[in-house]
Design a protein around this ligand. Structure first.
Ligand code: AMP
Length: 360
């Protein structure tokens, strides 16, 4: 196995803010980053020693990239399986192909959770408008039709409400393989950001609670306002998933809390085999940030302490024009600002975030 030591180079697929913050964490530990992205405007390029602009299907470019790095990771779960296998033949890819397979397809993901005895939203496979009609009859309305692949921030999904036309809903997502999910009447959305090291060590951050606006994460609060035993059960779910995948790196698990028949129930919404927006509070809000933790894990290094600073930490996303308040945020004194270096503030685009540590 390639020995990874300070001075080595981490290859990162994807040039967005997550790749950028991983590269910055790598630099803190004396490592270099080589970013691979098809997009010439990638914000991560600005903070990396080397970058490659090429498609994820460009086999020559992938091989050349792999030859220059010591370990490879990624900032998004939609890395094509062929891309991962070309790279893995040359250098370790962490997390590995099993983690990608388990998280790229909502049906496979939910079947995997079920095989581990972990609850999800009720779901049914949908491959035609007829199958959708049968699934709606079974799971009821409202329910949510989601494409099996390539959905994020509420994209690739549509609600089936009373009066919704089933054929129209099916066509609206392009008629691609999908699942129908029963609506979970959640009381809270929480997530677990955790890491598993090469030696199987495991460390979770405080369970945090997430608030969305227009399907995009708006605010994360750590710790979540939940009972300690609920937090323990959430962390145990994340550990079960990480161990089952022999996972290496940071993993995020998004969960719904519900009360069913008077009992609290935890259902997994989805997993992300990568650093996650709901873990951004750890940058400045915890002893080791999720980005540093990910770098430590994929290099085979000891995991860092996940201890939170203060009594509570709040992270807010700056979406689109929110970023124009940057000067006011800087003037506030007690709020830390992180900007991603994106030139254009399009609506819905994640431009940066703020973190505030409370000590009261
Ligand atoms: P997703 O892209 O699957 O993470 O969904 C985005 C958001 O939609 C979630 O964070 C929830 O707020 C909501 N949502 C998704 N699936 C369900 C569900 N089955 N029941 C209730 N709310 C859901």
């Amino acid at each position: 196995m390639t020995a990874i030591a300070p001075g080595a180079t981490i290859g990162i697929l994807g040039g967005g803010q997550l790749g950028r913050m991983i590269a910055m964490a790598a630099a803190k530990l004396g490592l270099k980053a080589h970013i691979y992205s098809p997009d010439a405007d990638s914000p991560a390029f600005e903070v990396a020693a080397v970058h490659t602009i090429a498609d994820y299907e460009d086999e020559d470019a992938l091989r050349a990239f792999a030859a220059t790095v010591d370990v490879i990771t990624y900032e998004f779960e939609n890395v094509p399986a062929r891309t991962a296998s070309i790279l893995a033949a040359i250098k370790p890819v962490r997390p590995d192909a099993a983690a990608l397979a388990a998280s790229q397809d909502r049906l496979v993901e939910k079947e995997f959770m079920t095989s581990l005895g972990i609850l999800t939203a009720p779901f049914m496979n949908v491959e035609s408008a007829g199958a959708l009609a049968r699934a709606v009859a079974q799971l009821g309305r409202p329910s949510i039709l989601k494409t099996r692949r390539f959905g994020y921030d509420g994209k690739g999904q549509t609600q089936i409400r009373e009066g919704s036309d089933i054929a129209v809903a099916y066509r609206s997502l392009g008629g691609v393989p999908s699942i129908l999910e029963g609506m979970v009447p959640f009381t809270k959305e929480i997530s677990i950001v955790a890491a598993r090291g090469l030696d199987g060590s495991f460390a979770a951050y405080d369970v945090c609670e997430n608030h969305h606006e227009h399907h995009i994460l708006d605010r994360t609060i750590a710790p979540a306002g939940i009972e300690p035993h609920t937090a323990e059960r959430g962390v145990a779910i994340a550990k079960t998933i990480a161990d089952a995948l022999d996972y290496v790196g940071v993993l995020a698990v998004e969960l719904f809390l519900t009360v069913e028949d008077g009992k609290e129930v935890i259902r997994v919404n989805e997993i992300a085999p990568r650093v996650h927006n709901s873990g951004h509070w750890t940058l400045g809000g915890a002893v080791t940030s999720q980005f540093e933790q990910h770098v430590r894990a994929i290099c085979g290094w000891p995991l860092g302490a996940t201890t939170r600073h203060g009594t509570r930490v709040e992270m807010r996303n700056l979406i689109g024009a929110d970023v124009l308040a940057w000067h006011d945020i800087l003037s506030s004194g007690d709020t830390s600002l992180c900007l991603y270096g994106k030139a254009e503030e399009r609506p819905g685009r994640k431009m940066g975030h703020t973190t505030k540590v409370f000590y009261d």
